[in-house]
Design a protein around this ligand. Sequence first.
Ligand SMILES: [Zn+2]
Length: 126
Amino acid sequence: MSRIRAAFWDPAGTRYGIPTYPWRMAPPHLLTRRQLTAEGLRPGGQGVQAQVLWRSRRHGAPGVRAAYLYDIRFALPKRTATTRQRAALDKANAARRTCPLCHIDAGYVLPRHLGVCLNCAEERAA
Ligand SMILES: [Zn+2]
């Protein structure tokens, strides 16, 4: 790991107050608001869970930039709906929570970029 990456590596949040990762090194269950939106989700009631820090020369003066991350397990489906739409959505979401590998309802909508639950994704990466 480079010196700059190491400087931003703080998964326990002891230096920065919240868990902090260098660019592209955050765990797969932590997504930016934009990434959540791409998954059809919103942060829900949760606050910022972690951040990504990187050095940038763009946007004027060089400096440290931050992107805030939310935990996909606490995220909620986007959009508001009527009761009937809600029921259809609940059914659809139940399907979206069920992992095609282990066939378990993960309790959260499976990240589309993984296609499987976080446990299966971890096993696959190991
Ligand atoms: Zn699974």
